[in-house]
Design a binder for this molecule. Structure first.
Ligand code: NAD
Ligand code: UDP
Length: 314
């Protein structure tokens, strides 16, 4: 056993980001407890870890309390793709809010450090561009995306109240659009949709005119940021933006994917979903200064690796 080996609980550990985090923390020699209800995650993402002596899988729904021991908790459980978080919106809000309460209670009881995977969605349809952490956001409280946005906003509130009221050692990161291998082919988010469509020569479904923008971060960069934040100084609890500031329109993204794959797919336009943010770009000055973190991989290189992965699964 490593003398600095920690017991680390990852909620949502069988999902896209969670499974990459499991890989990294297992490789570092930690004892990893992966908890998931397999709503959007799959056993396939972590099946290669099941034989490892320092890996444990727990099927559990975060809405229910659970009693475990841990030194650190990464709270990632929550569907992240609009089609999945809108499938059962009440459950999505419960997962964010009751999940945060259950995990913060656990952290308080066992004195664990706890990191919340918050999101750029807490900025809503932002009127400030790029988004800095001191921007309070522009969020519809009663729309189709509200179950996710407001659930995540309430979770941030709970984290800061447990910090002030109960001295829980918290970290809050706001993750911007992240992509890479192990995204579910039917995940519904834009990069997986476009790659799967382009590989199978189906039409590429651009919503609206494709002028809305996003800034895409490759998963390995993001995971390094999460771990760096967890292990950063105790006086830096966040919230901190983690993402890649290179901004692209959705149409540019579609064209780039078609060209990288050499696909015969044609780009078609579908209605823009309601409350779809028009622009999004992280200001990562704070992460650069306090965590010495910035993403290394540009979109083209990240897409090439992601396309290779999807070639092997579709
Ligand atoms: P994902 O859907 O692949 O993973 C979420 C995981 O949580 C899945 O394994 C799912 O089965 C599990 N889960 C959902 N509800 C649960 C419940 N009630 N109990 C236990 N497990 C539950 O999504 P992801 O992209 O890996 O996102 C992980 C986290 O990061 C989420 O909290 C998401 O909000 C946040 N985030 C992700 C992005 C991104 O671009 N990937 C951006 C912002 C924030
Ligand atoms: N989008 C699209 N076609 C798709 C899926 C998504 O044009 O098949 C658009 C979507 O409308 C949004 C952007 O791509 O403007 C990013 O969508 P995603 O669901 O990946 O993430 P989010 O909207 O939560 O940033």
């Amino acid at each position: 056993m490593l003398h600095d080996q920690k017991r680390i609980l990852i909620t949502g550990g069988a999902g896209f980001l969670g499974s990459h985090l499991c890989d990294r923390l297992i490789a570092e020699g930690h004892d990893v407890l992966c908890m998931d209800n397999f709503f959007t995650g799959t056993k396939r993402n972590i099946s290669h870890l099941l034989e490892k002596p320092n890996f444990e899988l727990i099927r559990h729904d975060l809405v229910q309390p659970i009693f475990l021991e841990a030194d650190e908790i990464y709270n990632l459980a929550c569907p992240a793709s609009p089609i999945h978080y809108q499938y059962n919106p009440v459950k999505t809000a419960k997962t964010s809010v009751m999940g945060a309460i259950n995990m913060l209670g656990l952290a308080k009881r066992v004195k664990a450090k706890i990191l919340q995977a918050s999101t750029s969605e807490i900025y809503g349809n932002p009127t400030v561009h790029p988004q800095k952490e001191d921007y309070w956001g522009n969020v519809n409280t009663i729309g189709l995306r509200s179950c996710y946005d407001e659930g995540k906003r309430c979770a941030e509130t709970l984290f800061f109240d447990y910090y002030r009221q109960n001295n829980v050692n918290i970290r809050v990161v706001r993750i911007f659009n992240t992509y890479g291998p192990k995204m579910h082919p039917n995940d519904g988010r834009v990069i997986s949709n476009f790659i799967v469509q382009a590989l199978t020569n189906q039409d590429i479904t651009v919503y609206g005119q494709g002028t809305q923008t996003r800034s895409f971060c490759y998963v390995d960069d993001l995971i390094k940021g999460l771990i760096r934040m967890m292990n950063g100084p105790d006086d830096f609890i966040g919230p901190v933006n983690l993402g890649n500031p290179d901004e692209f329109s959705i149409l540019e993204l579609a064209e780039m994917i078609v060209s990288l794959i050499g696909s015969r797919s044609k780009i078609i336009f579908k209605p823009l979903p309601k409350d779809d943010p028009l622009q999004r770009q992280p200001d990562i000055t704070l992460a650069r200064e306090r965590l010495d973190w910035e993403p290394k991989l540009n979109l083209k290189e990240g897409l090439k690796r992601t396309i290779e992965y999807f070639r092997s699964v579709v």
